[in-house]
Ligand binder design. Structure first.
Ligand code: SF4
Length: 449
């Protein structure tokens, strides 16, 4: 077949890993049906823009990307979170700003996007000329992949509009998730990053229904899913876990080295009053006690979390409770945002808004406070032998790796200056020699795992 006549689709993807996962599904469908993916607007027959609608800055960025695609190409289909966002009168924000777009869908809408593509760009005649690999088209490097286990969320945190964009929790059947994981591992993936809006809630909507994985009955529940993934013999990392008592049952798997001793738990605050006003999941739990219990079961556990400063009503006393919590919890990795009102979020009408400068000042104070904790926790690793996975080889810096305690893109690195002969995507044993605030430095021990 003459490639010049293949229909070409340009693709722009913005937003979080969940948006990337949606993008991968659409790209996989496009390639599977014989469309070519164009790296630039130029030469594309139409462009799909996968948007983010979380905070105002992301809305701006998405609207700009749509405007640019319209100016450069003219035929644009919009998908993703911003596509579902409405103004006060119920009119779509995208359609209001860019009335010339061909079609607009919300997130997780591969079928609708494909229908819009068919309408404006005929399906290529022979879908078998551009077969996709079994693991689909992925935006991540070959050696790690996101594994989305559910869509949507049953919570209604007052600062968040995701449930109104993505709907209530819908868990994927367990056989489907495990099959995707097996396919990814067969294709060379060595690290699976489990994502969702609320990973601990996996299966709640299905009442933990029993499914069948390779002919065996298995409950649709996080603990069972982790046991299945642990059998694949790759790194399995859990993101977006809430501190429910049920999470305690997963810690033994971490202690036994079957899944990574790593938990990404978005605590967001520590003052019970603010957590209540945020309507956070598990806000009534005693989080310090929970963390103590987790570390008792698995002393190697790395905890990552995010926090918000300056939420409406946050007093100096609430903020100090947050600092006290950080001091006691000794969380390894911390991200922090100054509160920013999101259009449509119920928190916008809460009384006692904190002035923007104070929100930012508290964010800085929190990060300075945490810096010492993170550094001390990294310093404790100096002299230890650890396993790392190699992300890239940099001609000047050596091997850029990550440890079991570092998720890609959000946590620190392990830099091995003498590791230029290490291979990307493989595991190696190294000895930690030094650290700074975020990263470890190590020497190779040359025993490939
Ligand atoms: S748990 Fe809260 S912050 Fe997370 S998606 Fe659900 S509503 Fe939003």
């Amino acid at each position: 077949m003459n490639k010049q006549h293949t229909s070409r689709v340009g693709f722009v993807s913005l937003g979080c890993p969940k948006a990337s996962s949606d993008a991968e599904q659409i790209l996989t469908r496009l390639r599977g049906e014989g469309y070519d993916i164009a790296p630039q607007y130029d030469g594309a027959d139409l462009v799909i823009v996968n948007t983010c609608g979380f905070i105002d800055a992301a809305v701006e960025e998405s609207l700009d990307a749509i405007g640019e695609a319209l100016a450069e190409n003219g035929k644009v289909i919009v998908t993703g979170c911003l596509g579902a966002k409405k103004d006060g009168a119920g009119r779509g924000i995208v359609e209001q700003t860019h009335p010339k777009v061909l079609a607009v869908t919300g997130p997780h809408a591969a079928d609708e996007v494909m229908s819009a593509v068919y309408q404006h760009l005929p399906r290529p005649h022979d879908p078998f000329t551009d077969l996709v690999p079994p693991q689909g088209v992925r935006l991540t490097p070959d050696h790690y992949a996101y594994l989305k286990i559910s869509e949507g969320c049953n919570h209604r945190c007052t600062f968040c509009i995701i449930p109104s964009l993505r709907g209530d929790l819908v868990s994927r059947p367990i056989h489907d998730v495990v099959r995707e994981a097996e396919t990814l591992v067969d294709a060379g993936v060595n690290e699976l990053l489990v994502i969702s809006q609320d990973t601990s809630a996996y299966g709640v909507d299905l009442k933990y229904r029993t499914g069948f994985v390779n002919g065996r009955p298995v409950k649709t529940r996080l603990q069972e899913l982790c046991q299945e993934l642990a059998q694949l013999d790759v790194w399995v990392r859990l993101h977006y876990v809430y501190p429910y008592p049920s999470v305690d049952d997963i810690l033994p798997l971490m202690a036994e080295g079957r899944i990574l001793p790593y938990l990404d738990v978005p605590f967001q605050h520590a003052s019970p009053r603010i957590l209540k006003s945020m309507k956070r999941p598990a806000s009534a739990e005693n989080n310090l006690e929970r963390i103590r219990r987790w570390r008792e079961i698995c002393p190697e556990l790395t905890i990552r979390s995010t926090f918000i400063t300056g939420f409406p009503g946050e007093t100096e006393d609430d903020f100090n409770q947050l600092l006290d919590f950080l001091g006691e919890a000794q969380i390894d990795r911390v991200g922090c945002f100054a509160y920013s009102p999101v259009e449509g979020a119920t928190a916008n009408v809460l009384p006692d808004a904190v002035p923007a400068e104070l929100r930012e000042e508290r964010r800085q104070r929190l990060m300075e406070f945490q810096e010492d904790i993170s550094t001390q926790r990294l310093e404790a690793k100096i002299g230890r032998e650890i396993v790392v996975i190699v992300d890239e080889i940099d001609p000047d810096e050596g091997a850029i790796c990550r440890s079991e305690g570092d998720a890609p893109e959000i946590d620190g690195l392990v830099i091995v200056p003498e590791g230029s002969e290490m291979e990307v995507g493989k595991f190696y044993q190294v000895r930690v020699t030094d650290c700074d605030v975020h990263d470890l430095y190590a020497e190779p021990l040359w025993a490939e795992q």
